[in-house]
Design a protein around this ligand. Sequence first.
Ligand SMILES: N[C@@H](CCC[C@H](N)C(=O)O)C(=O)O
Length: 277
Amino acid sequence: MQFSKWHGLGNDFVIVNGMKEHFSDYRQQALAVCDRNFGIGADGLVIILPSDIADFKMRIFNSDGSEADMCGNATRCVARYLYETGLTAKTAMTLDTLAGIIKPELIFENGKLATVKVDMGQPRLKRGETPMAGNPEEHAIHVPLEVNGKTYFVTCLSMGNPHCVIFVDDVATIDLPVIGPKIETHSLFPKKTNVEFIQVIDAHTLRMRVWERGAGITKACGTGASAALVAAVLNGHTGRKATVKLDGGNLFIEWADNNHIYKSGPAVEVFRGEYLL
Ligand SMILES: N[C@@H](CCC[C@H](N)C(=O)O)C(=O)O
């Protein structure tokens, strides 16, 4: 199987052109391919497929084999992959995902790629949309969540996939490998959740550490950074534009007047290869 290995701020993916490479069980392959000892090593496996409603379809599988509805960092990598492999000549394209149509755009300055900007769509704030237990019509902004006898105040929303955002004074003090999976699998979240701990640096800057559903700690999460900005605005911590500082680097996020979230950041190819099926 021909593949290409990419990362967006260290959140890494194996990208496969599913129109050329044919194998049956994507979940099993994700588990095998993403394994950092016995496989290629990645946070997720991305398959590019044809679409009737967009330029391409993108399916993303976490390293535990589960399928995610959306992945912000992967959409930037996929956009650059599609353009640089000649699968499209468009610099602004549409991707059909389980979370709807996502629109990445390659931004060039002086003939060089400067950034990839993605229209991530609209945040979904109702509990029923996240999904999260409770009144499906209500929002969950700064609501208490008890884990291991400690109360966290959480803001939960969907960016196509579920996020639980928690503001803390110092993200360095959070024992993410312990608390992350407890919140990910908390009974309040019927489809589990991604978990973001956020420290407000100032009205334009957030520091974030993430525990991803199906992947554990990753160096960055694009949907998570988008959810973090929405939560920061809803809790009165920042304006509608902010830099989110992740372990792997920075993303710039804007919640525009049209209610869409725009996310800008890098996408880097690391190597190409052939994986033995
Ligand atoms: N790293 C991603 C999100 C990947 C999917 C996530 N783990 C889920 O299961 O929802 C991003 O950059 O958004």
